[in-house]
Design a protein around this ligand. Structure first.
Ligand code: ADP
Ligand code: ZN
Length: 629
């Protein structure tokens, strides 16, 4: 169990409540009325008491509880000693009653709480805080025994570090595939950890920090674990976001704890995921800096400088964005090595698939090469996820082994989300069919566009219909003609709605398409110099606004240029839209036929689609890069 202050607060509530009830219920009865052993067993109502008082039968009254109850003695000839003792609950106003008693010369007395009940009272008041403290103490003790490390939790100024430690990761380099360059560079780190003498003997300084740079899911964590696994050293890990807490100082103390533990366990690996969460440029936040983050970062820098290079601690950090990191982190002696971890190419994908197919049952017909070809842009995590989804589908379909049909469905699912149920035939289904065929026909007839893989009316994720294109493996450089083809293709949906149903009937279905279109056109103007503004870079890499730094450097151009950019974007999109509408109009005949077919079959695959289109128009041959495997 991990103990944080939140847990303590959570637990102290029930304890508080239990304590309160105990206090109220059993211990806090300081009156002593019931303890009066004057055998006040019988009770008398107030009315009857008054009657007896009037009749002159009451001989004595003893008040308790500040006048709320009284033990009265009444003459009762029938009883052996001739006196009845009874308890009366008084409705209030003891003074009036006392006046009455005096008048009738009845003896009375007022009893303060008895000393022993006063003691009970004090105990009663004490028991509640004692229980609370005792409960908290037990909790702390329990957490002290947890693997997080004994005694830490009693340390109030220090937060319990939320790092994990794995004595043995069990991951080896063999489990990491498709990122060979990164593996090779890190092989050296394994040697540092295993045979430091080799380096220290010749006076080499062992690096302290390695920065793994790459998009999520490419295997950075896996790689760091593999280094620990290969070297046989413990693996400490924490995520940058865990450092950044609400309370100032907590992050810094976590860093301190982490390094303390690591030093005790050296040689070891410290892995810091998402280091950009703490390592952002200082003073870059909107509205001034973030004290907590800066303190944490400073502490991290201090710790990194604080140990000698050869203590055997190697810090591996992962990020997708080196550009936002504080320069101090990248200085020599800190994260001075950077290793790129890119999404795998086709060969890499095949290797990753091989690794993850080890423990899966695949049907004979499955060729991992085919899957690798179909999945450009997939990361290692996507591929692992793909095979897992396929295995789940196989189990659900009660098959013995994964076949190509499960793989196909899993690919679609990983890319576009869960499959929904198709619409029944209706006007909006026809509209969606025309929209998708607009994309598909333009994609087919423009030479530079990726070829259609399939068109479907089966909804997935957010999309109500989908046109799949087969991306080219070689995604290196993109030409202006390709960009224009993509923009035109993306506008195809709206163009078809417009041409076929008319201006007033166009729908919101093109929202997503238009967003992409605008993005692409804008980049053509501002980043790639593909407009009349000439070969100028007017904007850096598009990045989120929340980084204050970007806000400050954003306007590299004047307002006048800004409006020129807008105008150029409009020119590009306008021209592409004209083109899209023209293509739809010119091919109205085949589109109408394809719509009927699509509504009937729900899905048309690329080859069939091209065959039908070829009966009406000339389908250009597409240049494809087919890598060797
Ligand atoms: P990152 O840290 O880069 O976001 P992870 O290392 O957490 O990515 O990857 C998540 C999972 O995806 C891994 O546990 C592994 O199953 C799979 N995976 C990712 N990359 C690879 C790879 N290169 N080789 C094998 N499996 C991978
Ligand atoms: Zn669309």
């Amino acid at each position: 169990m991990k103990l944080s202050w939140r847990t303590v607060l959570l637990w102290s509530f029930p304890i508080l409540i239990i304590g309160f009830f105990l206090w109220q219920g059993t211990l806090a009865n300081p009156t002593g009325v019931d303890n009066n052993r004057n055998v006040a067993a019988s009770r008398m109502t107030y009315g009857r008491f008054l009657n007896r008082l009037e009749a002159g039968q009451i001989t004595a009254v003893d008040f308790y509880e500040g006048g709320r109850t009284a033990i009265v003695q009444a003459l009762e000839p029938e009883l052996s000693d001739g006196v009845l003792r009874a308890r009366v609950d008084l409705p209030g106003n003891m003074t009036e009653l006392i006046g009455n008693l005096k008048e009738k010369h009845v003896s009375f007395d007022i009893h303060p709480p008895r000393p022993e009940s006063a003691l009970w009272g004090i105990l009663g008041n004490l028991i509640f805080p004692v229980l609370l403290i005792g409960g908290l103490f037990l909790l702390f003790r329990r957490s002290g025994n947890a693997p997080g490390g004994p005694g830490q939790a009693m340390n109030f100024g220090k937060s319990k570090a939320r790092f994990q430690m794995e004595a043995k990761t069990g991951v080896m380099f063999d489990d990491v595939a498709g990122i060979d360059e990164a593996k090779e560079e890190l092989q050296e780190v394994v040697t540092f950890l295993k045979k430091p003498e080799r380096f220290t003997a010749v006076g080499a300084r062992i690096p302290k920090g390695v920065l793994l740079v790459g998009p999520p899911g490419t295997g950075k964590t896996l790689l760091a674990k593999a280094i620990a696994g290969e070297s046989g050293v413990p693996f400490f890990s924490i995520s940058g976001s865990e450092f950044v807490e609400m309370f100032v100082g907590v992050g810094a103390s976590r860093v301190r704890d982490l390094f303390k533990k690591a030093k005790e366990n050296a040689p070891c690996i410290i892995f810091i995921d998402e280091i950009d969460a703490v390592g952002r440029q200082r003073g870059a936040g909107i509205g001034g800096g973030n004290d907590e983050r800066e303190q944490t970062l400073n502490q991290l820098l201090t710790e990194m400088d604080g140990f000698e290079g050869n203590t055997g601690i190697i810090i591996i950090a992962a990020t997708n964005r080196v550009d936002v990191l504080d320069a101090a982190l990248l200085r020599p002696g800190r994260f001075d090595r950077q290793v790129m971890v890119d999404p795998p190419d086709i060969k890499g994908r095949l290797e990753v698939l091989n690794v993850h197919a080890r423990n899966k049952k695949l049907a004979e017909d499955i060729k991992l090469e085919v899957i690798a070809r179909r999945t450009p842009g997939f990361t290692g995590a996507d591929l692992a996820n793909l095979l897992n989804e396929a295995a789940i589908l196989t189990a659900r379909r009660r098959k013995e082994a994964i076949t190509m049909s499960e793989i196909d469905d899993a690919v679609d699912r990983v890319i576009a989300g869960m499959e929904g149920t198709p619409l029944v035939d209706s006007k909006s289904k026809r509209l969606i069919a025309y929209h998708e065929l607009g994309h598909a026909i333009i994609g087919t007839l423009i030479k530079e566009h990726d070829p259609v893989q399939k068109v479907t009316l089966i909804p997935r994720g957010q999309a109500r219909g989908l046109t799949w294109f087969a991306p080219d493996e070689d995604q290196g450089l993109i030409s202006r003609a390709q960009l224009k083809a993509r923009i035109t293709g993306a506008l195809g949906g709206r163009a078809a709605e417009d041409v076929i149903f008319g201006d007033a009937e166009v729908t919101t279905g093109a929202g997503n398409d238009l967003q992409q279109v605008t993005g692409m056109a804008r980049q053509m103007v501002t980043r790639f110099g593909m407009s009349d503004l000439g070969p100028l870079s007017l904007e850096g890499q598009q990045s989120e606004v929340f980084l204050g730094r970007d806000l400050m450097t954003r306007s590299e151009y004047s307002d006048e240029i800004a409006s020129q950019i807008d105008a150029q974007v409009r020119v590009i999109v306008e021209a592409c839209y004209q083109d899209a509408c023209r293509i739809v109009q010119e091919n109205r005949g085949v589109i109408d036929r394809l719509v009927d077919l699509l509504i009937e079959k729900e899905t048309i695959d690329g080859d069939e689609f091209r065959q039908i289109v070829a009966e009406y128009a000339e389908v250009p041959e597409k240049e494809r890069y087919v890598p060797q495997l």
